[in-house]
Write a protein that binds this ligand. Structure first.
Ligand code: NAP
Length: 255
């Protein structure tokens, strides 16, 4: 094998890939030869990011196709999977990246609606999407599932507790899929990023004092950039990660 990280010929869906970590993963998977589906709630944003990925490839292998999808709606997830199959033929790699966190504060105060939204979007939607793509992977005897979790799923938090519960569930989901479908040559892993400079985590890095306090315990003493998660995703999706399954990779600058 010439290049262990080559994804030429692979089709990858990346949810929430018009910004931040998902966008960096889509860009790098396309750079490594994959046909990626760029997805988020906004059709125009999907088109814009897919266009910019295609333009940057300058005729190299790989490519990007925009398909909008709100992960909270099962029929939109079904449409994402069906449209991908009809336009690109198959799904080799699924990256469950989009997630929400509508609440910051004590668990005593979280409204049921916010609790349910976090569990629905961060856990149930990933479960639905995996249910939709796994049968095809089983039939082909090949497939990779990546779930973007968080260090919040490993550490306790006084203010982001329910989000952490959902992200711990994502790690369990990756382990369960690995255990159940490994005999079909399907691998599933979770990635647990630390603090990454995206809109999602803006409240934790915009203010320089907050940023300093948040990164003080990290070996690298700094925030991460979205591109620094993309390499882990390419590794796990490619032949380079072919004996790796059921794991959670922490990528957090040594925090
Ligand atoms: P981000 O920069 O805010 O990007 C989120 C992406 O998801 C956007 O493309 C957004 O586009 C899309 N999105 C949001 N809600 C969606 C929905 N309901 N359905 C479909 N798409 C949706 O966020 P990020 O920081 O990259 O986060 C990506 C993942 O990394 C999440 O799972 C998050 O929990 C995890 N993570 C982030 C950090 C961090 O420090 N940033 C740390 C650990 C883990 P639209 O709004 O246009 O739909």
């Amino acid at each position: 094998m010439d290049n262990l990280f080559d994804l030429t010929g692979k089709v990858a869906i990346v949810t929430g890939s018009t910004k931040g970590i998902g966008k960096a993963i889509a860009e790098q998977m396309a750079n490594h030869g994959a046909q990626v589906v760029v997805s988020s709630r906004k059709e125009d944003a999907c088109q814009e990011v897919a266009d910019s990925i295609n333009a940057a490839l300058e005729g190299k292998a790989g490519g990007a196709t925009p398909i909008a999808c709100h992960i909270g709606h099962k029929e939109q997830l079904e449409n994402l999977v069906n449209e991908t199959r009809s336009r690109l033929g198959k799904i080799d790699i699924l990256v469950c990246n989009a997630a929400v966190n509508p609440f910051y504060g004590s668990m005593l105060d979280i409204p049921d609606s916010a609790f349910e939204k976090i569990l629905d979007s961060n856990v149930k939607s990933n479960h639905w999407l995996c249910q939709l793509v796994l049968p095809e992977m089983v039939e082909r005897k090949d497939g990779v599932i990546l779930i973007v979790s968080s260090v919040g799923g490993l550490n306790g938090s006084a203010v982001l507790g329910t989000y952490g519960v959902s992200k711990a569930a994502d790690m369990a989901m990756a382990r369960n899929i690995a255990a159940e479908f490994g005999l079909h040559n399907i691998r599933a892993n979770a990635i647990a990023p630390g603090l990454i400079r995206t809109d999602f985590a803006r409240a934790l890095w915009e203010n320089s004092d907050t940023l300093k306090a948040t990164t003080a315990n990290a070996s690298l003493r700094r925030i991460g950039e979205p591109e620094e998660i993309a390499g882990t995703a390419v590794f796990l999706a490619s032949a380079a990660g072919s004996f790796m399954t059921g794991q959670t990779l922490v990528v957090d600058g040594g925090r």
